[in-house]
Design a protein around this ligand. Structure first.
Ligand code: PLP
Length: 437
């Protein structure tokens, strides 16, 4: 019997139930992935016991000799992976990483220009319900809602908005955008209005590390990311500055007395600005994940993730669904369900009954509320980790179409096919939980 089972059978049973849910269902949430057993082991280690406020070599606590080496490993591997001059691996999450960026570069009330949440942006890019929209004066750009480039960010419109708003910071990055960004052009726009360019690559970091999408690091003043999406590490965040990144020159930067380097300012914004003690077990798991990402298999995995997303989007189009922007450059697609008379909320619930997990999502120009929506977001990182290829993704779309076309009526029948598919691509054997592969 494991320690968890003996001490707390209620939590043990629930953890096991969740592992079984992950094993038995089709995970299509674009922001999720399955970490390796090695990452899990680091996360579950006694490193969780250690306080280590500060940075390696400059801590506010004793006994940090070992964790210093771990954080250095994580930082060095991240630098190698992304060609970064400086990184900070301490953000507890993507949102915490972004908080540090605001603290470093913006005064309350300063103007921000970011991608609209309803057009694929993230809460921390100025949404009124988030600190970023409450403390700063947030303005937005969006994607084209119709015409040939529907679903794409139009750079001319971003330029127009930047000239009008004159933001302190221009943010780029998304949670539900299936196309790549032109960072050279975005940097030109930022320079023209003397704004800092911040790229949040939370969703696409793994693809960028593998060289499959444009690299923001040479162009942005600062880059943030999560570590748990395409990057396939533990839940967490990271801040990076590229080797050839520009130095900030904006007004806020000048107000702060032109400090030594962008990295130093961000380090202080992180701690003591945004967090207390870093999560050393999580930093160890980040080091493991970055080590995995430096291996050739990781680039192969990312190539398959993109190939699978293209196959997934094409299969939806073949079956008469509208895919926002017509397809995808990355790991996700946004499916507009209006032509099928189904809402995102209905689709999420019906597919859930068949153990196919997706999230409802607004589509550009959505007439429904964010609680209902007209679309779903589907992504390939998690199932690609399980070994799915393009053929399996075409099968997944056929199963989804059956559930949606029957308005949930066929969900139970589809569920047994989902189980069979999952059994052919086993996920976890966690011996301490008594789960079978
Ligand atoms: N930035 C982007 C673009 C995201 O998609 C997300 C998460 O979905 C975040 C930041 C926030 O990450 P976290 O949930 O770890 O706070």
């Amino acid at each position: 019997m494991s320690a968890l089972q003996e001490t707390d059978p209620a939590v043990f049973d629930l953890v096991r139930a969740e592992v079984e849910r992950q094993n038995d269902g089709l995970e299509l949430i674009a922001s999720e992935n399955f970490v390796s057993p090695a990452v899990l082991q680091a996360l579950g280690s006694p490193l969780t016991n250690k306080y280590a406020e500060g940075l390696p070599g400059k801590r506010y606590y004793g006994g940090c000799e070992v964790v210093d080496q771990i954080e250095d490993l994580a930082r060095d591997r991240a630098k190698e992976l992304f060609g970064a001059e400086w990184v900070n691996v301490q953000p507890h999450s993507g949102a915490t990483a972004n908080l540090a960026i605001y603290l470093a570069f913006m005064e309350p009330g300063d103007r921000l220009l970011g991608l609209d949440l309803a057009h694929g942006g993230h809460l921390t890019h100025g949404s009124p319900v988030n600190f970023s929209g409450k403390l700063y004066d947030a303005h937005f750009y969006g994607v084209d809602e119709d015409g040939e480039r529907a679903g794409y960010v139009d750079l001319d419109k971003v330029r127009e908005a930047a000239r009008e708003v004159r933001p302190t910071m221009l943010s780029v990055g998304a949670s539900a955008y299936s196309r790549d960004f032109n960072y050279v052009a975005l940097r030109e726009i930022a320079d023209e209005v003397d704004a800092l360019l911040w790229v949040d690559m939370a969703h696409t970091a793994g693809l960028i590390a593998a060289g499959l999408l444009n690299d923001p690091l040479p162009h942005a003043h600062v880059v943030s990311t999560t570590t748990h999406k395409t990057l396939r590490g533990p839940r967490g965040g990271m801040l990076l500055v590229g080797r050839d990144a520009p130095s900030p020159t904006g007004e806020t930067w000048k107000k702060s007395g032109n400090p030594k380097s962008t990295g130093q300012v961000l380090d202080s914004a992180m701690f003591p600005g945004a967090i207390g003690g870093p999560l050393m077990h999580s930093i160890a798991a980040k080091a493991v994940a970055f080590g995995e990402a430096l291996r050739p298999e990781f680039a192969e995995y990312q190539r398959q993730t993109v190939a699978n997303a293209r196959a997934l989007a094409a299969a939806f189009v073949e079956r008469g669904y509208a895919v926002v922007s017509g397809g995808t450059d990355n790991h996700l697609a946004l499916v507009d369900l209006r032509s099928k008379g189904v809402t995102g909320k209905e689709a999420e619930a019906w597919l859930g009954e068949a153990e196919i997990t997706v999230n409802k999502n607004m589509v550009p120009g959505d007439p429904e509320s964010p609680f209902v929506t007209s679309g779903i977001r589907v992504g390939t990182p998690a199932l690609t980790t399980r070994g799915f290829g393009e053929d399996e993704f075409r099968t997944v779309v056929a199963l989804m179409d059956r559930v949606l076309a029957s308005r949930g009526g066929d969900a139970e029948a589809v569920r047994s096919e989902v189980r069979a598919l999952c059994d052919a691509f086993p996920l976890y054997d966690v011996p301490s939980l008594g789960t079978e592969p």
